[in-house]
Each structure stands twice: as C-alpha cells, then as structure tokens.
Design a protein around this ligand. Structure first.
Ligand code: TNX
Length: 531
C-alpha cells in the first residue's frame, strides 16, 4: 500500500519531467527499485535533491570522484569563478576526505566549472550539471549559478567518503528570485560567528537572502558612529536580562563579505517607528517628553515609538540609515514598520513617508512589513506579508492591491514560515500566537496562489523569519529552523508542479544524515519518515 502510494507520487514527478525518464531512473535505482516487500525503494541521489531541481534526467554511468579528482576553472572565467571553485573544494574535502586541488584549465577529467553567457534554461542563478565517466561539468551564466550547481553536487555525493556522481543531466533554475531567512539578533544577541554558521546552512539549500533584524525594544545590535550610545548602551540588554551585545562595523562588514561569497545578500533591518525602546533608552532627545525610558528585557510588543513630531527624529534616521546604506552592498534596507501600536495612524503614515524618502536618498530600495500597505508605500517598495489564515480579508486585500500598484510582496505567513512558532504543543522553545506549525504545514502551500488577488508575478519570493524572544542558544535556533527551513528552500526554488508532500517528506528524511554530519540540531518531526 505504502509502496503503491510512493510509486504514484514518483510517477507524478516523472510525468512532470522533474525526475527525468522512468527507464533511466529505474536503471539508476538498480536493485533497490526491485527491493519490494513493504520496504520503500531508497531514493537515488537525483531523486533525493532538495530543493527539487527544475529538471533532471539520469542516464548512463557517472563520474567517480577519487584521489585524482581536481576541480577545474579556466583563467578566462575570472577570479570570481576561481573563488567559487575554491569554496566548493573546501566544502567537498571534509565529506570526501580527498585533496581536491583547484587547477587552471577547463579541459581534462574532473569537476569543471564553466561560464557560458548563452546557457539556456538557467536564468541568472541557475545552472546545468552534466555527469559522465570523464567528469562533471557545471555550466552557468553567472558565478552565482556555478555556486548553486556546486551545492547540488554536494548532495549527489555520499554523506561520507568518496563516491560516484550518477550519470545524467540536471538543468535547474529558481522559481522565485528572493529566497530568504531572517534572524532576530535583537531579542537575544547572537555573534557574527553564529550568524555565519547560519549563512553556510542557508547557502547549501540555495537560500540567497539573509534579513537581519538588528534593532528592537530589547537591544540595538549594530555600532553607529554618529550615535554611539545606541550600541554601547542600547546594546547592553536582551530578553530575560542577559548581557546582550553588539556588532562593530568591522564585524558587520566581515559578515556581509562572508555571505556575499556564498551568494547570500544581507538585508539589514532597523525597525521604526515602533520597536525602538533601546534607542529611546540610549538618547532622551529622541523621546517626545525628553525623558529616556529604562532598558527593556520583557517580551511585549507595540509600546514604544519614535517622536514623529520632532525634527531631531529625522536627523536620527537619516544618519543611521545613511551609515547602514554605506555598509550595505545589497539593494535593500528594511525599515520595519510593524506593530506601531503606540503611533497614531496619521503620524505613522507621515513618518513612513519620510523614512522611505531617506532610504531612497541613500540609494536603496525599501522593504517594510506589510503594515506599510495601510499607509503610502513608495513606488517599488517591497512589502513583507506576515499574516496568517485568520488575518482579516481586508488586510490581505490591501496587500494585494498595493502589489497591483507596483509593490512586490515577500511572503512570510506566520502560520507557515515563522520558525519561532512551535511545531506542536510539546515544543519547548517558541511561541504559538499564529498556531503551531508542523513540518507538513510549513511545506504544504503554494506561494504563487496564496493571497487572494496576488498573482505569482507580484511575489518576489518567500522568507522564513526566526524571532528570538524564546530562543537564546544555537541549539534552540537550529532546532526551530531545521527542518522547516528546508520547506522554505524548496518553496522558493522548485517548480510549483513538483511540490508534493509525500515525495518531499522522503527527500527530507534523506537529508537527515547530511544534517547530522554537519552537527546541525534538528527536530525529528513525527510527520517525516526519518531513517
Ligand atoms: C510579531 S512579525 C512581530 C515580532 C515578534 C513576532 C513573534 C512582526 C513583523 N512582528 O515583533 O517578535 O511576532 O513571533
């Protein structure tokens, strides 16, 4: 019975061209496929890929990675491709135990990285991977595409030891341009080293954006030269009364560069006009009554506001956002705009008008939480939707209407993609205000047909935020993110036609050993058939 269901699900993928011709798949599966009984056939490496590629066809014998394997980049492709090759070598050395030198010269056996600006069907970020006995060729239009190809290659090899990349061909490209995660380093402080570890985890599943929530009532985490007390004093607190902390500009630059080398763009957020108690505590001149509040270590939201009527407020945001823009090679600056419950609606709208102007003046595109749609989103400003099934229809309509007027949307439904929601009532860390979110629920929805009136073309992509009111350790962070982060990765990358829980859950189960090998703490969710 189970086998039958599996066959049907695999059949759907085959029919959609996701897994290629059935004959070659069966051949590649070999004896496993005939294993029968109540044992499910083991997935072949092509079938196991997560996120599922746009198309894959197993055919013929593959390439055995061994002691003689080299990684080839050609001088003509430039320094950046060389760097992608070096990084791939570094990532493959540990699991394979092989030296994998990176050499100049595209011709010859081995793993070859090549840029072809005319490559078809791969877009800006996609790639082609061809595996034959004489080698594996990765082809892309951009170094980013080659990087993603390398991440696919990692999954085609065994968790440990050398192995054979199965013969065949993959042509792959993402469904959405924006595939993001967010981490809140304000409620609890995390070091740049900890965030870098997350960057590695994201990049490996082709997630290309990391939104960092840098400021909130409980702490200000980034040094700003023109307002030094923000980090020095406002950074010295966190939820629960711990010491907090902040990042220097040098540390932040280092994080930006580290992420950039892995094709992860940082989107920094300074939340305003609410969520600003740490700033008000640091500078009394930012409050309307001139009295600085105490630092805050609780978990309430919506009680603080910048003083909308004061000109000093706008000098403040101009200087802060100016310094932030200067640290940001990426396109976006996130200005929050959520839960401004203590800012009257008219004040909120006039404040957000000016804040959006400031961002534009510093050459960046605004991202804001979808509450901005109730004010006046600037042309091109991106709205991040964080509603859920019980969000009033009128609020959803407002977002869809703004999208129709030219404001692209990032979807972060709280009851699907909020990584701080509990898996079930027994989950120790986490909140449940949007409901509990089992792994299946995080996966089983379609971003292209999610909000009424919001066409797929207006969806920039998806993002999974991790708020940290209840999360203070790396173990809890990873436990909440994994494996639901992989739902996000697949929803963002894979074609709509390949989204299918039955096959996905088996592919996810196959990732277990890879997560274990990297010492990633994850929730062994009961709805996934872990081996
Ligand atoms: C809502 S989502 C918030 C955050 C909280 C989060 C907890 C959003 C834009 N605001 O301030 O941390 O819920 O899940």
């Amino acid at each position: 019975m189970r086998v039958l269901r599996l066959r049907r699900a695999l059949g759907t993928l085959l029919a959609l061209g996701v897994l290629g011709a059935s004959a070659s798949c069966t051949a590649a599966r070999g004896d496993d496929a005939r294993g029968g009984g109540e044992h499910r056939a083991a997935l072949t490496p092509f079938e196991r890929l997560l996120p599922a590629p746009a198309s894959a066809r197993a055919a013929g014998p593959g390439y055995a990675v061994g002691p003689g394997t080299v990684i080839r980049t050609s001088r003509g492709s430039g320094e950046e491709v060389r760097r992608v090759g070096e990084l791939l070598a570094e990532q493959l050395r540990r699991p394979t135990g092989l030296p994998l030198p990176v050499v100049d010269g595209a011709l010859g056996d081995g793993i070859r990285l090549r840029i072809d600006e005319d490559a078809q069907g791969v877009g800006e970020e996609g790639y082609r991977l061809e595996s034959r006995p004489d080698g594996v060729t990765l082809t892309a239009r951009t170094p980013a595409g080659l990087f993603h190809a390398g991440q696919t290659l990692r999954q085609l090899l065994p968790v440990a030891g050398p192995g054979t990349v199965p013969g065949g061909e993959i042509t792959d490209a993402p469904r959405f341009a924006y595939r993001g995660a967010m981490v809140d380093v304000a409620r609890h402080f995390f070091t740049v080293e900890q965030v870098k570890r997350y960057v590695d985890q994201l990049a490996q599943y082709k997630v290309n954006t990391l939104h960092v929530h840098l400021t909130d009532d409980q702490g200000w985490r980034l040094a700003i030269d023109s307002w030094p007390r923000l980090a020095e004093y406002g950074g010295g607190s966190e939820v629960g009364g711990g010491p907090g902390g902040h990042w220097t500009k040098a540390e932040y630059r280092d994080l930006v560069a580290y992420a950039g080398e892995r094709y992860v763009e940082l989107v920094p957020e300074i939340d305003m006009p609410g969520h600003v108690n740490a700033a008000l505590a640091s500078y009394a001149e930012l409050t309307c009554d001139g009295k600085a509040p105490a630092r805050y270590t609780g978990v309430k939201v919506g009680f603080s506001s910048l003083c909308v009527g004061k000109e000093r407020t706008y000098e403040f945001i101009d200087q802060v956002l100016g310094e932030l823009a200067e640290l940001t090679p990426g396109r976006y600056i996130h200005i929050g705009g959520d839960e401004a419950h203590s800012t009257p609606a008219a004040d909120y709208a006039s404040f957000m008008d000016r804040a959006q102007e400031v961002v534009a003046r510093h050459g960046k595109t605004v991202v804001a939480w979808h509450q901005l749609s109730a004010a006046r989103p600037a042309p091109g400003a991106v709205l991040q939707y964080w509603g859920h099934d019980r969000t009033p229809a009128a609020e959803k309509t407002r977002v869809a209407t703004a999208a129709g007027a030219g404001n692209p949307v990032i979807l972060s439904p709280a009851d699907r993609l909020y990584l701080d929601m509990k898996y079930d009532q027994a989950t120790k860390p986490g909140l449940a205000w949007a409901g509990v979110v089992p792994v299946k629920r995080s996966y089983s929805w379609d971003p292209g047909a999610y909000l009424p009136g919001l066409p797929e073309s207006a969806v920039l992509g998806v993002e999974a935020p991790l708020w940290t009111e209840t999360i203070a350790t790396r173990a809890d962070w990873e436990f909440m993110a994994f494996p639901r982060l992989l739902s996000l990765a697949e929803l963002g990358w894979s074609p709509a036609g390949s989204l299918d829980w039955d096959t996905y859950s088996r592919r996810l189960a196959a990732q277990g050993p890879f997560l274990d090998a990297q010492d990633i703490t994850f929730h062994r969710a009961p709805d996934v058939p872990w081996q």
